[in-house]
Design a protein around this ligand. Structure first.
Ligand code: GLC
Length: 750
């Protein structure tokens, strides 16, 4: 490998170690975060995910031994040996991670002959016997579990699988054997017996994580190019590791309050009257709803930044009508810009030299919805500014949010070749490096455009992204289907997205492709009513998915759970507020807070909302009971008040109208009386739902719209509850009109 250690140099927070054949740079970011950079490619790589210098001064020591250098902060010890082998220990000397000293077994049974036979029958074989040019192999223990990695399919614990980071638009039904989906978040949480740490590989080239698929002895990361650029994130708990990762890549900013309401979407609302009928449907059925989405149908021939006035009438008339019903319209914008002379986006793009080029320097063309299209070179700030400025027409006419799609980038005539010319700011590079960053930079452009034009907290939804995109956009999990297995998969997928920094995420409720049934729709509404992004969306040609399409029972159940969502809104908003500081998500796997409980390390069927609410939805057709695991502590059934000791499984009756919900003892949960839409009336009363036990909670209140909170225009309440149930309120910050009354609603415990 790298040969023997020759010498080292120390410069501020950077230690450069010279091996005979390679240089390795350690950067101390914080006591608990160390970057290990093996600059195979570029030493001064500017990260897309980490935008500022995050290092803070801290003391550390370097010790030199015969074949080894040890770098020690208060919380991490890195030992580098000859040949580049690295071991990492925590502050107490416990081994966290060890380079595997053996040789990869390289999937011995797979050879050319076997591959040819498998290919002949139509199987797609990954070439396992492949050593990546950028690769690191770590020892694996039998009890190690893995989490994070963004939107990957499958189960919460990624142990045993191989995943690929290559943003992919795959229309077939997603299953747990899919290596990749739309997002690349190369952040892995490694949970060991009694220890935990995170690894963030900041590299946007195609890469893989093999997490015990190839061998039970090791796991490995490999990339097709770039540096081996790894941030080791220590911490006493998984919570600290997630916080450390979002310290680096940024936390999800405070959203506008209405974006936490229900949103309705469908590809195929073909006219203003279609959209208004849906909006009125919600009001007539008294189901709260805040947003309605305009899919590609609203454009003229799928040309971005155009409006089909024939079908949709004047834009301001439609947005005005929707507004009077309390609906906020959100429009889709795709990157593929129709390749057509005289279309203003084409003309401007060519004139400004904003589109990507092929290897010969000719305008690159591939097909998407509008047919032949060009692709903006979003890595350059001037291209982002150009793109951002075009949102003016939509935003100044009442459009309240932008939905970015197809930005893997998706293309109908095969994938963009790897040598398509793109830029990372001024630096010229290729699609090979920029593919996984394309959605990130598009979302950033959209965020900046909305912020500049409207002054509001931008509401952007993106399908493709990279690590750090959470600063600019919420995400959804793309084209799922109306399948029970996809309802099941939503839980681990959203939980892992949350652990990967994306506090604001959601899946298409009811399923995008295929036909939904009444039972699936009801269960999906229940399972998703606490998911951060709560949007019902479906594809053209499938059964329509507005709740009333499935009869009265579905309408009643939907109303019950959407009202519940609106009731718990201040709690969810508080979690977002906390998340801006801690990086913790809203929707959390149980393992985040009970990491040493082996029962929850593979728990896919329930989740926490913050720390105080446990949700255990029924996600199997025909089932009307749910086996619920309650972790350590005391829990109360939200519906009956029944009290349970934790660390046990209980059986809960869950007929179609019942979502099992448990509230932790010692909770104060702020709630509001439900409204039909956010902004319908000012919230003058706050209700505190409490469970027995001593409790405290910080509650945050601001205008829920713009950035005035940054100038201190908000209230921060601190509630304390004693054993007798008395609540005292202290104002930690007071600079916003407060509530007229704060009431206490104790959960009637049995
Ligand atoms: C993609 C999106 C989907 C959208 C459709 C049409 O498939 O994932 O949500 O409805 O394109 O724009």
């Amino acid at each position: 490998m790298y040969g023997n250690i020759l010498s080292y140099e120390q410069n501020d927070n950077q230690i450069t170690i010279y091996f005979e054949k390679q240089k390795v740079i350690l950067q101390i970011i914080r006591e608990d975060i160390v970057r290990v950079l093996v600059p195979y490619w570029m030493e001064d790589y500017q990260s897309a995910a980490i935008e500022e210098d995050k290092s803070v001064p801290c003391t550390y020591t370097v010790e030199e031994y015969e074949n080894m250098i040890t770098v020690k902060t208060g919380k991490l010890t890195i030992k580098l040996e000859d040949d580049g082998y690295m071991d990492v220990y925590d502050g107490s000397g416990k081994l966290l991670m060890s380079d595997y000293r053996g040789i990869r077994t390289l999937g011995g049974e797979v050879n050319d002959e076997a591959n040819a036979l498998l290919a002949a029958e139509g199987h797609v074989m990954e070439n396992m016997a492949y050593n990546y040019p950028v690769q690191t192999v770590k020892a694996l223990d039998t009890t190690d579990c893995f989490y994070g990695l963004g939107d990957k399919t499958g189960f919460i614990n990624k142990r045993g699988y191989e995943y690929e980071n290559w943003n992919s638009d795959l229309p077939q039904a997603h299953t747990e054997s899919f290596p990749a989906l739309y997002k690349s978040i190369p952040f892995l949480i490694c949970k060991k017996k009694n220890a935990v740490f995170g690894l963030f590989f900041d590299n946007s080239f195609r890469s893989i994580f093999n997490l015990g698929k190839e061998s039970e002895d090791y796991f490995f990361y490999g990339a097709e190019g770039g540096n081996l650029d790894c941030y080791i994130i220590g911490g006493n708990t998984m919570v600290e590791v997630v916080s450390g990762y979002t310290y680096l890549t940024g936390t999800t900013p405070l959203p506008q309050r209405w974006t936490l309401g229900l949103q309705q979407s469908r590809w195929g609302y073909e006219s203003a009257s279609d959209l208004l009928e849906v909006a009125r449907g919600y009001r007539n059925h008294r189901i709260p709803c805040d947003a309605i989405h305009l899919d590609i149908d609203y454009m003229q021939g799928f040309r971005v930044f155009t409006w089909n006035e024939k079908q949709y009438g004047p834009i301001e008339r439609l947005t005005g009508d929707l507004k009077s019903l309390g609906f906020k319209p959100v429009c889709i914008i795709d990157p593929g810009t129709k390749y057509e002379k005289e279309y203003f986006m084409y003309e401007e793009g060519v004139l400004g030299d904003y589109f990507v080029k092929d290897a010969e320097g000719k305008l690159y063309v591939n097909a998407v919805w509008p047919g032949d299209a060009n692709f903006p070179d979003f890595g350059r700030s001037e291209v982002r500014e150009w793109w951002a400025s075009h949102h003016e027409g939509l935003l100044s006419n009442g459009i309240m949010g932008i939905w970015n799609d197809m930005n893997e980038p998706a293309s109908f005539h095969g994938e963009l070749p790897e040598d398509v010319q793109m830029h990372f700011e001024e630096r010229q590079t290729t699609h090979e490096e920029m593919h996984n960053l394309y959605g990130h930079f598009m979302a950033k452009a959209t965020y900046e455009g909305i912020k500049e034009i409207s002054g509001r907290r931008p509401f952007v939804i993106t399908r493709a992204c990279y690590a750090g995109t959470q600063k600019y956009s919420t995400v959804w999990t793309g084209d799922n289907q109306s399948l029970w297995s996809h309802l099941q998969m939503m839980i681990p997928q959203l939980c892992n997205l949350g652990l990967s920094g994306f506090a604001f995420c959601g899946a298409d409720v009811g399923g995008f492709g295929a036909d939904c049934t009444k039972e699936l729709m009801c269960r999906w509404i229940e399972a998703a009513c606490f998911s951060p992004l709560f949007r019902n969306h479906s594809a053209r040609g499938t059964k329509r998915q507005e709740p009333w399409q499935f009869g009265e029972e579905c309408v009643d159940i939907t109303r019950k759970y959407v009202e519940l969502r609106y009731r718990f809104l201040p709690y969810i908003y508080d979690l977002f507020y906390q998340g801006t500081k801690t990086g913790l998500p809203v929707m959390r796997p149980l393992v985040l807070h009970y990491e040493d409980d082996p029962e929850v390390q593979n728990m896919n069927g329930e989740f926490l909302v913050g720390e105080n609410i446990l949700v255990a939805p029924v996600v199997v057709e025909g089932e009307n009971k749910k086996i619920v695991y309650l972790p350590e502590g005391v829990w109360y059934d939200y519906w009956t008040g029944e009290c349970f000791q934790g660390r046990q499984y209980i059986m809960k009756d869950a007929p179609l109208e019942t979502l099992p919900i448990y509230i932790k003892a010692g909770s104060i949960i702020p709630t509001y009386d439900p409204v039909q839409y956010i902004g319908q009336r000012t919230y003058t009363t706050l209700r505190l739902l409490t469970t027995p036990g001593v409790a405290s909670w910080n509650h945050y209140l601001d205008n829920g719209k713009d950035f005035r909170y940054k100038d201190g225009k908000y209230n921060l309440y601190h509630f304390e509850k004693d054993m007798a149930g008395n609540i005292t309120t202290t104002m930690l910050h007071e600079n916003f009109p407060g509530y007229l009354s704060i009431m206490v609603d104790p959960l009637l415990a049995k």
